[in-house]
Each structure stands twice: as C-alpha cells, then as structure tokens.
Design a protein around this ligand. Structure first.
Ligand code: RVK
Ligand code: MG
Ligand code: MG
Length: 320
C-alpha cells in the first residue's frame, strides 16, 4: 500500500468533497436531483470553482498544528484555528463563537465549554479530523485521545467529541485497509461499533447503516434515517454510509455524498476524507484535482501538509 498517497488522498479528498458540495449547501436531495440530475463536475461557487470552505480551512489548521508540535497541543491548535480563520469561508455559529473566545484570550480548555449548553455537537470538529485519522491510524488509543482533545477546543459536547472520534476512526480504518482487497464492510462497521456504548446515538446510526447497506434505499430514506444536517450525529454516519455503499470508487462516493443534500460541503468533505484515505490521491479524478484552488494555502499546500504528516508518522512508528 502507498501510505503517502493515502495521506494525500484523505486531505485532498476533504478539499475535493468540500468543493463539490459547497455550491449545493442547504439544498434538499430532491431539489439537487431536479436541478442537476447528479453533480459530477465542480460547479461555479461562491468563492470560485474548486474553492474550499471552513471544513478544509480548519483541517489545514489542525494539520499545521500537529506538524508544528509533533503532537496534539491544545493551545497551539486554538492559535492555528484563529490564524487561519476567514469568515468568508462560511463558518458555523458555534465555531465563530469559538474564534471570538480564542481571540479574547480565553484558555483553550475553556473555549469549547462556553458554546451552547454543554458545548457544541455540530460537525465542525469531525469535518476537520482527517489529519488525526491519518497520523494515528496505527495507534487507535492515541487516535481516540487526540480526536476527543482536538474536538474539545471548539466542540466540547460529548456528542461533538464522539462524532470527531467516529470520523477519525473511519478515516484510520480506511487508511489501514488495502484497496486491492475487497473491503470487509461487516468487519469495518463492527470495528466502529465496538467503540461506542449502548446509549450513544452513533451506535444506533451504525446499526441503521448495517441494516441498510445491502438494500440501498432511496436517498430520502437515508436522510430520514441518518440525517443530513450540521449536527455531528446527523452527518458523520451519513458520510460513512456514502463511503461503504460506494467504496469501489472515490468519485462515486463523493458524488453520492453530495446528492444526499443538506450539509453537502461537509458530508462531501467527510466522505471524501474516508474514500481518499482508502484509495489515495491517485483515485481522485484529475478533472477535479485540476480545478481545486491553488492559492497560498490551496491544494499544493494541502499536499505538502499530507507529506509532512506522512513523514511524522514514519518518525513516530520508527521510534516505537
Ligand atoms: C456553515 C443545540 C446545537 C448544539 C447544542 C446545532 C459550516 C446548532 C460547515 C448549530 C458545517 C449546529 C457547519 C452546528 C459546521 C450544536 N444545543 N444545538 N449543544 N450544538 N447544535 O454552530 O462549526 O457551514 O443548530 O457549532 O459545528 O460547513 O448551529 O457549528 O456545515 O448544530 O458549519 O454547530 O458547524 P455549530 P459547526
Ligand atoms: Mg463548510
Ligand atoms: Mg457544511
């Protein structure tokens, strides 16, 4: 397996899914179908074709911080999120509040707790998690610790943290699986289920995925059963479902993910991270890669971050 290609795939997969979904943000599955049939090409978007939103911007911040510190560092991550923050990328209410609190000098351990009641369970900490899923895919104990801690900076609600962990785990399992073999979807799902307790909404959704994986219901039923909004419980399992039902192709995973409607940039970004981690950058259609934004922190920079994470991963593994 080409691990470097997989790390690049997970990070650029986030960007590609985010960019494909962004122009459809908030539209229902039915309205997307009526207007476009299916969306297989990058469309003109608010900030231009191939541009990314807060999903990828926060992922860049997380990767930069992990590389700068060689490990998770909450204070550094809070600074990195603020340094990268550009309102025009389109941030969620809770994340915007987190940036205000960080800017005001609030200790990073306090920020997440002051948003909504008991913290946010938005999908903001899950959609940015691909760097953690890659870097610690060999060490699931460490992965869990860092996924929870990195979430808590902005999304401190238990469901927010669990959502970030589930998405990190989904990316990690994809990175660790050989795409040349047939994906054992039963085992993949079981490995995810094993990490969640009976009272977790994520266990319930993973069970729904298990029941519907062969049937491939109408997209409306997927929305009704798994959700498509910006709460982590209503979008992380949906992205995993998109991957598991279309794991033969990066393109099909992401095209399906954005067809579900609702929080399309984020469901696209998360499905893209998993599928990219599984099949690698080489599986991302070149006609998509060609139009991804290439500014100062564009796709080339994202690939450099993925290379840095790959080198750091090699260092960590060799030190053990
Ligand atoms: C604009 C009640 C809560 C809650 C709590 C609900 C960007 C709220 C990205 C909230 C993503 C929403 C998205 C999202 C990422 C969360 N009680 N309701 N404790 N916690 N919610 O605001 O960064 O698109 O309705 O923290 O996670 O592309 O508005 O934002 O789609 O979940 O925003 O949570 O959002 P937030 P976020
Ligand atoms: Mg977004
Ligand atoms: Mg979104």
């Amino acid at each position: 397996m080409d691990l470097h290609d997989k790390f690049c795939g997970a990070l650029l997969g986030t960007h590609a899914g985010d960019a494909l979904g962004m122009p459809l943000e908030g539209a229902s599955a039915a309205s997307i179908k009526k207007r476009y049939g299916e969306v297989r090409e990058m469309l003109e978007a608010r900030l231009g074709k191939g541009t990314y939103t807060d999903d990828t911007e926060m992922m860049i911040a997380l990767a930069e911080s992990l590389l700068r510190c060689g490990d998770f560092d909450g204070a550094d991550l809070a600074n990195a999120l603020l340094e990268n923050f550009s309102l025009e990328r389109g941030y969620g209410t809770g994340s915007k509040r987190a940036m205000e609190l960080i800017r005001a000098g609030t200790n990073w351990e306090e920020v997440g707790k002051r948003i909504f009641k008991d913290g946010s369970y938005g999908n903001g900490s899950a959609m940015r998690i691909a760097p953690v899923g890659c870097l610690y895919h060999h060490d699931l104990h460490k992965l869990k610790k860092v996924a929870y801690a990195s979430s808590s900076v902005t999304h401190a609600h238990p469901w927010g943290k669990e959502g970030a962990f589930l998405q990190a785990l989904a990316v990690a399992k994809a990175v660790a699986s050989d795409p040349e073999d047939v994906l054992d979807r039963t085992k993949y799902l079981q490995d995810l289920k094993n990490e969640f307790s009976a009272d977790s909404p994520y266990l319930a959704s993973l069970e729904v995925i298990e029941e519907h994986i062969q049937i491939k219901p109408d997209v409306e039923e997927v929305v009704a059963k798994l959700g498509n909004d910006s709460r982590a419980m209503n979008s992380v399992p949906t992205a995993i479902y998109a991957f598991l039902t279309h794991n033969h192709s990066f393109e099909e995973t992401v095209v399906y993910a954005v067809s579900i409607g609702g929080d399309t940039d984020t469901i696209g970004a998360m499905a893209g991270a998993i599928a990219g981690g599984y099949r690698g950058k080489s599986a991302i259609p070149s006609r998509w890669l060609d139009v991804l934004e290439r500014g100062t922190k564009g796709a080339n920079y994202i690939e450099e971050l993925a290379t840095g994470l790959y080198n750091l991963h090699e260092e960590i593994v060799n030190q053990r």
